[in-house]
Design a protein around this ligand. Sequence first.
Ligand code: MTE
Ligand code: MO
Length: 356
Amino acid sequence: MLAPLRRHDHQATNAESPLTSLNSPITPVGQLFIRNNGDLPEGPFDVETWRLSVTGLVEQPQCFSVAELERRFPVASITTVIECAGNGRALNIHPTDGIPWGLGAVGCVTFAGIRLADLLQAAGLAPGASHIRHHGADRALKGGGPAFSRGLPLEKALQPECLLAWSMNGEPLTADHGAPLRIVAPGYPGSAWQKWLTGIEILDHVHEAPGMSGLDYRLPIDPIRPGDPVDPGRFEIIGEMPVRAICTTHENGDAVPAGTTIDLEGWAWAHGTPIAGVAVSLDEGRSWLPASLTAPATPFAWTRFSLPLVVPASGSLTAIIRATDAKGRQQPLEPRWNPRGYCNNVCQRLDLTVLG
Ligand SMILES: Nc1nc2c(c(=O)[nH]1)N[C@H]1C(S)=C(S)[C@@H](COP(=O)(O)O)O[C@H]1N2
Ligand SMILES: [Mo]
């Protein structure tokens, strides 16, 4: 039996996966985290009647039902990690605003739909087009206006991995995951993966509506510490997300029998960049044991790591897990703080109790 999602105290549904329920290569839909900023749209989530408009800097504004998209364009699918930019926020030493996600605001799912590039090319991009903005049908908790709108640089939106998807793991999208149509933008934060998609607008500038400006979904360009003066002009929108590893066979506080050998296993990913290594330290980072890796199914899926560990005769076992990607980027031993706690990819620290 897989454990239920862990709910965060919020009016909209926000829930993360217990790490031991993320053990399989493809996350079952019912085990995938949910991040809803507002109230679900009412539906019906019908592929014949749901409309997607393509407007802005295009030669010809267009409108399609989801069924028309499927008839008109080649179907594409991708197995990819999806991760909230706030994943790991609760691992900050200094608290920040935002939902205090542990490490379970992530999963790996197979999406099917059409390529965003095919749709944009069919609409005909007008000169100057540089970014897209997404519109969704969910409503803000207070006031009833749009709940949420993010965008993508056109350069990313035209990449073959970016989809307009109507299915997850072979089933139609569920209401919580954006039925009947959502953006899939592998490598980029979950926030860019607009759910309940009703519109794509092509712009000649970055989309800076409320929620996309100031410190929202932005990281400081220069390192910053709690209490430092904050200059929003020195922040940039989160693009490619950082490297991370999580253990999915054991959770903090688990008891392991003394003197046995356990298999510590889990996933590592770097959002499109291959994983070069995962290593585990049992001595606070002085020495590292390399884990063995199993290649991922696709470049955006996650990589399995595995390491046999001998449990001591008594006391406790603390394992620090660190992934490095093929560009040499490594998870830090201490959190890199920022005001909203985004992209905190500090190494996971797993404290196990030894059963004597
Ligand atoms: N319309 C809409 N799209 C949205 C959101 C939202 O609140 N409304 N949340 C975003 C955020 S912040 C994340 S991390 C992902 C989460 O996707 P999931 O709930 O399917 O796991 O959806 C994104 N798409
Ligand atoms: Mo998110």
